[in-house]
Design a protein around this ligand. Sequence first.
Ligand code: BG6
Length: 471
Amino acid sequence: MNDIDLPRLRPGFLWGASTSAYQVEGGWDADGKGPSVQDARTDHPEGTTDFKVASDHFHRYAEDVALLAELGLKAYRFSIAWTRIVPDGDGPENAAGIAFYHRLIDELLAHGIEPIVTMYHFDLPQALQDKGGWGSRATIDAFVRYAGILFREYGGKVRHWLTINEQNMMILHGATIGVSGEGSGDTQRDLYQQNHHMLVAQARAMALCHELLPQAKIGPAPNIVSVYPASSAPEDVLAAADFSAIRNWLYLDVAVHGRYNPTAWSYLVKRGIAPVFAEGDQTALAAARPDFIAFNYYFTHTVAAPTGSSADVGHTGDAGISIGEVGVFRAVRNPHLKTNAFGWEVDPVGFRATFREIYDRYRLPLLVTENGLGAFDTLEDGDVVRDDYRVEYLAEHIRQMQLAAGDGVDILGYCPWSAIDLVSTHQGAAKRYGFVYVDRDEFDLKELRRVRKDSFFWYQEVIARNGVPLP
Ligand code: BG6
């Protein structure tokens, strides 16, 4: 389908940008904060920083919000650190930590920026991890209690809530993200039981949100991408559908419909790794209804039929992450796509395809909570950062998002990653995504000065014009 006009985005479209607590805040033990699994990590790749200081947003949030207001953001998607609110996950509340997010939210509202809150972004309290983490059903109760505290405290100020960031990536690539460390001994069976507990926790939190805050909207925030077959061979088509069911629909079918995707469930059963349901789980899952679906999008996958040998595993699109599963699917490079400096395939048209696929399946409004380009930016004399490669990446994706809107997809907003530079999940501070440069190196914090990049001024115009022109 060719398009000639700039399709209209919905009135009040939420032009935003994203961060997460442990990657941007720093202040890792400030004001009574407890350690999270991210603070406890010791597996940072050589030459990359930990998250102790990050971008020091905890101390500089007012300066940062002023910059986001200057950027013209209508919304800011950030996460709340569970360990600031309840330092050990299920014990006493921490008034100072609760006060921090009141200050941040008030500052945003004072600047006319809508807060979009992720309740949990990869940073489980370490104290809960020590007691079995998501393998323990007690963590479900701890999460629901934590959710209740957030609704009580911030419910009068926050309209949009996100439950769990990229639950599917935590299950599929947990070691890389630092949520199930190397040598944790977790089997696939353990992981899918943990996954089930998270799904129940999410369902209960959504139901609680609707009960306590009838005006609020809440949704899941997985990483969802189209999966292409490597060819028109029916076996490749089937492998792509299988991987999509395991990677994408397992998570969204439960979140939206309260039941497991049949293909994903049969995969779990055949491998002997299907989760055990406790009494009440099915009712809890069925009772929950998200108001929208948030999703993160960076690249698509291309998949061929499995060979049945170890050759099925090991395609790496990103340092340290291997995908493919013996007898299920084999990931291949897509010859039609270019890659970025980190080996990630870049696929703006796949963004449009992903929008349509999700909307077709669930008919719920969609909110993009991450999309962006990690790159080694250079700060030049005169405080200039020429990140035209990022502008190109974002422009192409925004264009395809607009085309998706023209295709009939209901899109609530777009929050690219990231609002300001922060520390990458597993590739340090040098891998930058922000509109604002934060002047620090991996181990030299310098003054953590904020500098507007070229993409800052470009995005400012995009927001003012409500989109980019079609080519
Ligand atoms: C998403 C996460 O997976 O991708 C973010 O939600 C993360 O936390 C982002 O930072 C980019 O990945 P990375 O590894 O480049 O930081």
